[in-house]
Design a protein around this ligand. Sequence first.
Ligand code: ATP
Length: 357
Amino acid sequence: MADLKIQGLAKSYKDVRVLESIDLDIASGEFFTLLGPSGCGKTTLLRTIAGFQHQDKGEIIVKGERIDNKPAHKRDIGMVFQDYAIFPHLTVAENVAFGLKARSLPKSEIEARVAESLKMVRLDGYQNRLPAEMSGGQQQRVGLARAMAIRPTLLLMDEPLSNLDAKLRIELREDIRDIQRRLGITTIYVTHDQEEALAVSDRICVMNKGNVEQIGTPFEIYRKPLRRFAAAFVGTMNFLPAQLDGGRLVVGGQSIPFPGSEGAVEVAIRPENVVLAGAGGEGDAILLKGEVRKVTFLGREAHYTLKTDVGEIVAQVADPEHDFIVMEGRQVEIRLPLNKIALFRPNGDVVKAGPAR
Ligand SMILES: Nc1ncnc2c1ncn2[C@@H]1O[C@H](COP(=O)(O)OP(=O)(O)OP(=O)(O)O)[C@@H](O)[C@H]1O
């Protein structure tokens, strides 16, 4: 049974529709991420599940029971916020104990759970500190310990890493993932950071303008986007205008057999799937000529920005040879292997998902 089922959830602020009609099924123990640009409705969806605001339409069902008419504190949900939201005048231990006291647990049980939760987030020994005496990363660990101490059915996290620097973000996201796996707690995580979403999630829900664009594993979302929006939002994607005409795919001056569909499309291909001539490559491919406009050397790889007749293409070359680096301004042949491309309609629908493997 799904741990959390959301059906037809809609929400407007005054006249503005922020959630259109959201349906989600989240399995027990799943790490499920809402990913999308600023303003797409992620926070609104999360806050509606938490009970901080009420939907206009739809249902929220946890383990078979409707919870959307219950007040927030009766929903058995732990929440971690972007700005930590821990009490500055309470010690670490008092912060973690806060939700437990509200539940009137015996003192010994509270002490045991506080100790256990702080150990889990690697903050044992910090019981008596005040939040001001701790780093941002440590304060967020307190936020996590507080949310987990109540042993909630659902853990909701709203951009918990946004206020931390890059190194700490990676460290804490690994910790969050480890703790979540160990406890098997069903988690909904909000982020606008696609790399973070790919790194931590069991499944990702890509949202845009109050709608779900695609739900899938990180692999599926990255490798087989089924909507142009998901293809463009997650990772880097090259898009080139093309036409399906009389059973052929026409790109620039080239035409390749492609039966079954007609009309305007865009060819989409990831930089790592673009092959520069001289780097090998067999099988059917779209062949283009390009001029190297810019080379960005990144150590393990280099990015080539190439100007072609049909638009700019970025190619990523792993383990680049020195020769490649010095070729700004040179003409190169570009192969776009057919089994690595996807095709999208102007309305964003997929015609061909790619790449095939
Ligand atoms: N209380 C409110 N009153 C009116 N409009 C609101 C309110 N809260 C949010 N909105 C609007 O609803 C839309 C969705 O906001 P929401 O915070 O859910 O998006 P988000 O995807 O979480 O974005 P962000 O990553 O910036 O937090 C935005 O256009 C926002 O301006």
